[in-house]
Design a protein around this ligand. Structure first.
Ligand SMILES: Nc1ncnc2c1ncn2[C@@H]1O[C@H](COP(=O)(O)OP(=O)(O)OP(=O)(O)O)[C@@H](O)[C@H]1O
Ligand SMILES: [Mg+2]
Length: 325
């Protein structure tokens, strides 16, 4: 249903050309639940925004994106608006910021429905809004249509965001860190809601997060991104049981660290930082931080497809310490 092929996105910046996404391919079937994980700056949001073709003017994009036979990269602005509304919806990290503070919920839904069916009346709009709000388990939705964004909690606003996203009956929902700003209990409620909607609506979901353990519980497949590249792609179960790329192992906290071989450490403590996206080195971007790095890792980036799976690394699984380890 969705095929992204060799997607590259650069940004023209005062420092030079910033390579945010360096050739990402992914495919998604109807009803799939795909997780995308990686540290801050790895290109997750830019990849997602490209699928919606929601990029700023300084972006230069190449590759192809086909959704149910249509390519948003080749559309006119009007076709693109219709396409976005009909096929894909996206929800973001801070739901509060996506709402207009001077619109109550009744008006917010009316604006959304009007873009889809311009002739809709306020009564019809309210009735449909209540249905959608029931579907996302907002309590007493009819009583809350008159409320403004500041009168809801973060978790409630995220439910309302999801209800708005469902308004167009999308085939694909892209959720970009939808739970990061929420506390843990609310986080798991939102995750449960998304998993339910996937079942009841047969909707495909791309779930973007820093949290590999969270996403491994909900996704079928996981893509691990680093420095604008897919470093590993596998089923969620395999990623958790048997991470092949040292970076994935690092995210899982099972990477032997420098001078501290077998301690379990978290993502935040993989030593070092992400490479400068304006001046990427020719080699593996994880090489400077990798306990298994070999001299050849500095020269080129390994391909993703291997006999035993999809991961960009010269070693056979994150097991044998090399030069740095
Ligand atoms: N409009 C822009 N102009 C210039 N650079 C940008 C722009 N948007 C993103 N970038 C850069 O592109 C790279 C990838 O950013 P992206 O937002 O996709 O990261 P991310 O993986 O979503 O990170 P996070 O987890 O923090 O959300 C970063 O280096 C970022 O600074
Ligand atoms: Mg992001």
């Amino acid at each position: 249903m969705l095929e992204v092929n060799n997607l590259k996105v650069d940004f023209n910046t005062p420092r030079g050309r910033l390579q945010a996404v360096r050739g990402v391919s992914l495919s998604l079937a109807k009803g799939d639940f795909l997780g995308i994980v990686g540290e801050s700056g790895s290109g997750k949001s830019v990849t997602a925004s490209s699928i919606m073709k929601l990029l700023p003017a300084n972006a230069v994009m190449s590759g192809s994106i086909i959704l149910s036979g249509e390519n948003p990269l080749e559309m006119t602005p009007a076709e693109l608006r219709a396409f976005r509304g009909r096929r894909i919806a996206m929800i973001f990290q801070e739901p509060g910021r996506s709402f207009d503070p001077i619109y109550n919920m009744s008006k917010t839904f009316l604006e959304t429905f009007r873009t889809l069916s311009p002739g809709i009346t306020e009564e019809e709009s309210d009735a449909r809004a209540v249905k959608l709000l029931e579907e996302v388990n907002l309590s007493k939705p009819a009583e809350r249509l008159g409320n403004f964004p500041h009168q809801f909690s973060g978790g409630q606003l995220q439910r309302i965001m999801i209800a708005l996203a469902l308004a167009s009956n999308p085939e694909l929902l892209i959720a970009d860190e939808p739970t990061t700003a929420l506390d843990v209990t609310i986080q798991s409620e939102i995750v449960d809601l998304l998993m339910n909607l996937r079942k009841t609506r047969g909707m495909a979901i791309i779930f973007i997060t820093h949290d590999i353990e969270l996403v491994s519980n909900i996704a079928d497949r996981i893509i691990v991104m680093y420095s604008g590249l897919v470093m590993e792609e596998s089923s969620a179960a395999d990623i958790m049981k048997n991470p092949m790329h040292p970076y994935t192992a690092g995210l899982l906290g099972s990477l032997p660290t420098f001078g501290d071989h077998y301690s379990r450490r978290k993502l935040v403590s993989i030593p070092g930082g992400i490479p400068d996206p304006v001046y990427p080195e020719p080699g593996c971007p994880f090489e400077p931080r990798c306990p298994f790095a070999r001299p050849e890792c500095r020269n080129r980036i390994p391909g993703l497809d291997r006999k035993d799976g999809r991961y960009r690394c010269v070693i056979d699984g994150a097991k044998e310490p090399g030069r740095n380890g």
